[in-house]
Design a protein around this ligand. Sequence first.
Ligand code: ARG
Length: 460
Amino acid sequence: MTLWGGRFSGEPSAAMRQLNDSFRFDQRLYHADIKGSAAYAAALQRAGVIEPDEKDQLVDGLQQVQAEFDDGTFQERPGDEDIHTAVERRLEELVGPVGGKLHTGRSRNDQVATDLRLYLLDEIATLGTQLKQLQAAIVEKAEEEIDVIMPGYTHMQHAQPILFSHWILSHFWKIERDLERLSAVAAGASVLPLGSGALAGNPFGIDREWLASELGFSGVSENSVDAVNDRDYVVEFLAWAALVQVHLSQIAEDLILWSSPEFGFVELDDAYSTGSSLMPQKKNPDALELMRGKSGRMTGHLVGLLMALKGLPSTYNKDLQEDKEALFDAIDTLKGELPVASGVISTLKLHKERIFAALDDGMLATDIADYLVRKGVPFRRSHHLVGEAVKLAEERNCSLSELPLSEYQQIDPIFSEDVYEVFDFGRSVAARSGRGGTAPSAVRRQIEAAKKSLQKRFIP
Ligand code: ARG
C-alpha cells in the first residue's frame, strides 16, 4: 500500500516503482528527515493542532525509527517509495493512528526540501574539515621542503626557478578560496522551507521562525511557491564541488608528470600507487589519476542538474528528485578523495638531486636582463641583448654561464665580469622577496599567513 492510495484503485506497476522510488538512494536522509519531523510535531503541538501527549508519542516513535536506521534493523517494505513515506509508514506501525497526525499541513514537497538542506549543511561541515586537513598537509610539506629550488614552468617550458614550497602553497590558496565559497553555499542553504506545504503555505498557524531556530536554519523562506521549487543551493554546491575537483585535478596533473621517469622529481608512496597486472616494473599514480579524472563526472553533475531545472514549471515537479543522486555522488566523491589527497601530499617523496639537475642557466636569462636593468639599461633593450646572448650560446652549443665574457661584451660592452654572479639559483629566488614572491623569506611569511588562516575553524 502506498500512503497516497485513497484515490487509486490500482497499484503502480513494478517497472513504475523501479523508476519512481527513491528510497534506495534517499534513505541516507533518514537523520535529517526524522529531525525535521520531530521539530514539526513540536510545532503542531505549539500551534494547538495536537495534544502534548500525542506529540510525545510521535517524537518517541520517531526516535525508535531512528534507532532502527542507526543499527541497520530498519525493514524496507513494498510501498516505501522514499525516505519520507518509509519513516511515516514505520511510525504508524509503532505508534498507531496518532502517527497519521504528523503530516498535518505538511507535504513531501516542503519536507524533502527541508531534509536536503539539513543534510547538506551537515556534510558541508565535514567537507570543510577535510579541506582544512588537506591545507594542513600542504603547509607541513612546504615547511619541510623549504630549501628545494625547482624549475618553474609556464607553457610547460622552463621559465624561472621557484621554491617547491611556493608551488605547493599555490594550492593552499585555491583551497582557501574554496572554503570561503563553501561558507557562502552554506549560508544559501540555511533557509527553512518547512511550512510551505505542497505549494501554497501552511493553514495551521505553524510558527516557522520557531521551527527555523529549532532546526538551526538562519532564515525562513518568503514564498512557498519558490520554496518547494528552489534547488539553487544544490546548484551552488555542485558548482562549488566541480571547481574543487578541478583544483584537485591541477595538483594531480603536475604530480603525475613529475613522477614520470623523464622528470623523476617526486615519488608517490606505495600507499597511494598501484601496480600493473602485466608489467612488473610499473608503479602507477592512480590516486592522482582518479583525482584528475573525476573532474568529468563532477562537472557532469552540475550540468545535469542545471538541465533538469531548465524550463521546469513552478513549484514541485518530480524532475526535482533528480537532484539527489548528483548531490550525493558529489559529496561521496569528495569525502572519499580528500583524505587521499592529504595522504599523497604528506607522504610525497622528493628526489632533490633530480630536481636540482633539471635547473638550467637558461632559466636565469631574466635575471641577466634584470642585471642589465640595474646598470641602467631599459628593460626592453636588456631583454633583447640577453636574447642575443641566448642565441649565441645556442650556436656555440654552450650554456649562458659558459659563454665567455668577450662574447657578452661583443653583444654590448656594458656586460662585465660580475655577470657570472647572476648564475646562482639561490640568489635568483632570494631576489623575489616582495610579498607573494618565491624568495625563502617571502615564502616563510606566506607560511605564517597560511598557518594563521588554518587556525580559524571552518564554520559553515
Ligand atoms: N522523493 C521525492 C523527491 O525526492 C519527495 C517529494 C515527493 N513529492 C511528491 N509530490 N511526489 O523529490
